[in-house]
Design a protein around this ligand. Structure first.
Ligand code: GLY
Length: 378
């Protein structure tokens, strides 16, 4: 296989964290890359997310997905460092652990069980009683019964990471452009290129990383359409004094993520309502009820932001990565709740496949849906 420098251009559809991370990785390896999106770069789910790096506390039971998320977490600090160096923007990676708090006996028993399985897997954690939980996080409600701190997890500021990737790609002379018109062209065997507002652009490889919009990219044969559906998540942010809440926490029904700029992000709802991304009274009430139950002293702080995003959900909650029935046309979508965590790992798997033909675990292939008899299509 020719070196990346000698090969034809790789076009990525979708300028979210997945598409931008892949462009960054491919360019580092010498490839010619361009990224197109119908919307503003790094502004959809990648902007709306909370940036949680919760490979363990998401409690993913599915084995291939569990392994993928854990590998992603291990590789994340080195990726952030590369992006920071290439962009001079610090995406504020924090791996000081994630806290899960229990407010009733059943939840406490689940945390104790969880601590036993973390111990068996050799994952660093601390199980805290009520006093320990309040010492670690004094803003927790006084009826807290205990908490589990899973070390080495945390968050990244996904909005800063998006800005950093865009700055790095600009320095690396990678075009990242918005075009209302994006239509792929295929012959009977393979992808040929992409038509944008600037005309036709031939491509050796096209990767669809368009998140929830991936099934709707124009020109794509039906057999290559990923079964991806938007899952809306509403969020809000409070302005809080520095360190009022110190860790990313699960509070039973919602999560909170402190940012170094003084905001506390609260998330998230999960609704299958198509592309409706309105922020609703009901969604916001749900978040406020849950967060104030877990940490009542937040009630006095200003509500400074409310927004929503569309996660790309798949029928089995695994992403769809790698080849399709048309040569040269690949998918990198369907990351559902873990797009930020999985952006670098996805980039490295896709780049290995493109560069050296290293196959991606078939558990993530589009073909799994056809094999199961499920419809492949939007
Ligand atoms: N990763 C958290 C969420 O999707 O709400």
């Amino acid at each position: 296989m020719n070196s990346m420098e000698e090969r034809g251009e790789i076009v990525i559809i979708g300028a979210g964290l997945i598409g931008l991370s892949l462009a960054f990785e491919l360019r580092r390896r010498g490839a010619r890359v361009a990224v197109f999106d119908r919307f503003e770069p790094a502004k959809a789910a990648s902007w709306a997310a909370a940036g949680m790096l919760a490979a363990r506390t998401e409690e993913i039971a599915d084995e291939p997905m569990h392994a993928l998320c854990n590998e992603a977490l291990e590789g994340f600090p080195a990726f952030v460092e590369r992006v920071r160096e290439a962009s001079a923007i610090d995406p504020q990676l924090r791996l000081d652990g994630i806290v899960q708090a229990a407010f009733d006996e059943a939840s406490l028993a689940r945390l104790q069980e969880r601590a036993r399985s973390l111990a068996a897997a050799g994952i660093a954690h601390t199980l805290l009683d009520a006093r320990g939980a309040l010492a670690l996080e004094p803003a927790l409600a006084s009826n807290v019964l205990g908490a589990l701190l899973t070390h080495d997890e945390g968050s990244v500021d996904n909005r800063l990471l998006g800005r950093a990737l865009l700055a790095a790609l600009a320095r690396m002379h990678v075009q990242v452009a918005t075009s209302e018109e994006i239509e792929l062209e295929f012959d009977a065997r393979r992808v040929c290129g992409v038509r944008t507002r600037w005309g036709f652009r031939p491509a050796e490889i096209v990767v669809n990383a368009a998140g929830a919009w991936a099934p709707h990219v124009a020109g794509v044969p039906e057999v290559c359409r990923p079964p991806v559906e938007p899952v809306k998540g509403e969020m809000l942010a409070l302005a809080m004094p520095h360190d009022f809440i110190r860790h990313t926490m699960w509070l039973g029904g919602c999560y909170v993520v402190p940012r170094t700029d003084g905001r506390l992000l609260v998330g998230a709802t999960g609704e299958r309502v198509g592309f409706d991304h309105r922020v609703t009274a009901g969604g916001q009430r749900q978040l406020l009820d849950r967060v104030l139950q877990g940490a009542p002293s937040l009630a006095g702080f200003a509500l400074v932001e409310q927004w929503s995003g569309l996660r790309p959900g798949t029928p089995d909650e695994r992403p769809i990565l790698g080849p399709t029935p048309r040569e040269g046309y690949l998918l990198a979508t369907g990351h559902y709740r873990n797009g930020v965590l999985l952006c670098a790992q996805t980039a490295s798997l896709l780049a290995d496949e493109i560069e050296g033909g290293t196959p991606i675990d078939p558990a993530f292939a589009l073909a799994r849906f056809a094999e199961n008899g499920a419809a492949v299509g939007a």
